[in-house]
Each structure stands twice: as structure tokens, then as C-alpha cells.
Design a protein around this ligand. Structure first.
Ligand code: SF4
Length: 180
């Protein structure tokens, strides 16, 4: 699955509309957790997690150091989840504003929750502006998590990102509630 993940980022670089496919990585884990009460997605199918493993274990791009314990603490994981949700909701609000015509389409990627990076070359097809706005927003979120995850893989261990990944955290909460 790591190849699928790598293909996603490559194709999205050239055509932002394909960024919508990232919703699969957000919806399916939640459905699996809610119906089966398991983290099957994280354990078997997540391309991003497998990409970190590939970079670290196969390509040796890791120092194999223990990450600081606070990274996997409850307070940090939950604070990061709230932080992530803030940007996800902001992306939805911007999409709605573009759909209503109260905001112009921004052909940029919001990277590392800080920088607006021009990404206009990736908008070669004519789609509704709100469709493109959502795609730019989602691609920014996905690319940010990839960059942070790769940096953490190199500095610490593969899948250090997974210790506080918002999707992993949400599916874990659902599994706990389901298996009570
Ligand atoms: S914790 Fe996040 S990045 Fe890691 S395997 Fe699960 S969904 Fe993928």
C-alpha cells in the first residue's frame, strides 16, 4: 500500500483533483473501527504508515532512536487531535465560502499549518472552484502529515507519527468505545 500512498502524492502534485481520494484514508478507518471495533486499517492497509516503514526499515532512513515519551502521551495526542480538527474544519469552512462565492479560490497548499505555498500548476482541469478548494485543502493536510511523519521517521523511528496520528487516535477511541 505504500506505493498507493506515494502515487497519491505524486499525482496530486500534478492534478489537485485527485487529492479527493485522500478521503478514503479518512472514512474507511472510521467505518472499520465503528463496525468491527478494530484497527485493521492501521495494522494492514494504511499506505502512509507503510511508507514510513519502507523508508525506515527498507531504505534505512532512520536513526532508530526512541521518541520522547510525551509524543505518545494522552494529553499530547488529544491536543494534537483538536489542533488537527481545527484545520480540518477551517478547510471545510473555506470550501463552503468558495461554493457560496464569498471567498475566492486559493490555489495554494497550506503547509505545516503555517505556509501558503503556491500550487496553481496542479489545477489543469476545469472543475467547480469549491471542488478544487477542498482538494487544495485536503492535499495540504495530507502532505503536511507526510512531511512531519518522514522527519520523525528519520530522527526517531518509522511510524513515530502513528503514536499521535489523529486518524489513529480517533479509531482507537472508537474501538475502545465499541469494545467496552
Ligand atoms: S496511525 Fe495514522 S498514519 Fe499510522 S497507520 Fe494508522 S492511520 Fe496510518
Amino acid at each position: 500500500m505504500w506505493i498507493v500512498s506515494a502515487a497519491y502524492f505524486t499525482i496530486g502534485f500534478f492534478n489537485i483533483v485527485f487529492a479527493w481520494l485522500g478521503m478514503i484514508c479518512m472514512i474507511i478507518p472510521l467505518i472499520i473501527a465503528a463496525t468491527r471495533g478494530s484497527k485493521t486499517w492501521c495494522n494492514n492497509y494504511c499506505g502512509r504508515g507503510q511508507l514510513f516503514m519502507h523508508l525506515g526499515n527498507t531504505l534505512g532512513m532512520t536513526r532508530r532512536k526512541l521518541a520522547p515519551r510525551w509524543l505518545s502521551s494522552h494529553w499530547f495526542r488529544n491536543t494534537f487531535l483538536i489542533f488537527f480538527m481545527f484545520f480540518f474544519i477551517q478547510m471545510l469552512v473555506f470550501t463552503i465560502m468558495v461554493a457560496k462565492g464569498t471567498r475566492e479560490l486559493h490555489e495554494t497548499i497550506h503547509l505545516l499549518w503555517t505556509f501558503d505555498v503556491p500550487w496553481h500548476w496542479a489545477y489543469p482541469v476545469a472543475v467547480e472552484p469549491w471542488v478544487a478548494q477542498f482538494a487544495f485543502g485536503l492535499y495540504g493536510i495530507m502532505l503536511t502529515s507526510l512531511i512531519v511523519g518522514v522527519i520523525l521517521t528519520i530522527i526517531y523511528r518509522p511510524r513515530t507519527w502513528c503514536t499521535f496520528c489523529p486518524m489513529g487516535n480517533m479509531t482507537q477511541m472508537i474501538c475502545k468505545a465499541k469494545n467496552k
